[in-house]
Design a protein around this ligand. Sequence first.
Ligand SMILES: Nc1ncnc2c1ncn2[C@@H]1O[C@H](COP(=O)(O)OP(=O)(O)OP(=O)(O)O)[C@@H](O)[C@H]1O
Length: 231
Amino acid sequence: MLKLIDLQSYYGRSRALNGVTLTVPKGEITGIAGRNGTGKTTLLKTIMGLTDASAGQILLEGQDLSARPTHERAAAGIAYVPQGRGIIPDFTIRENILMGAFARRDGKRQVPEIVAELFPYLAANMARPGGVLSGGQQQQLAIARALAAAPDVILLDEPNEGIQPSIVEEIEAVILRLKEELGLTVILVEQNIGFLRRAASNFAMLEKGRIVESGPIAALSDAVVERHMTI
Ligand SMILES: Nc1ncnc2c1ncn2[C@@H]1O[C@H](COP(=O)(O)OP(=O)(O)OP(=O)(O)O)[C@@H](O)[C@H]1O
């Protein structure tokens, strides 16, 4: 279980998270929703230790990671798939994936077998540069890179953003397999409420850096969406 307790987070002196407390159940998908600029990305970055400063506790199976540097959080089992994917265009697919392997606790530097199972196209094109891939393929590559760290928890920031509708279903299927076949704990920032309702077991709705609604996914009603997501 991942427990976030009273998280505050800052960019310079500006506060972007203001007291976020959330329990993320093990082996489930927890959805994070909210309008633009409400702190969803900041929440994931704070879990990874990537904002300028933060306070509060981040407990992974009881171990407090909040004072640890990012690479130790990765080694503790948290992997991050950032918005925009962060692929290195001049690196090959294999090199992009292996970047994730540096966080592995067992020292193995290899492309995990599950990558070939989930992403046959990537497996068949390991020597191609990451930069030539489509948006959907780059998203697959970013997930593959995260899996190369052999994580327990994976943080996904709007994985369907900017991806062709025909590929969205494939990405969604992969996210469900991360939970069902690999038993990963997933935190999913997602604007597509339909997908959140299909995939997540719990949700938290952010507004101005705070959680304004949270609970089992059945509580993510149309009224809640209307109240906190329409402009
Ligand atoms: N690098 C940064 N420096 C300063 N302020 C930032 C930075 N990144 C985000 N912010 C501010 O922090 C707040 C939360 O932003 P964040 O990106 O976490 O929101 P979000 O909910 O993920 O939005 P979106 O849906 O647009 O990705 C916003 O007010 C934003 O302007």
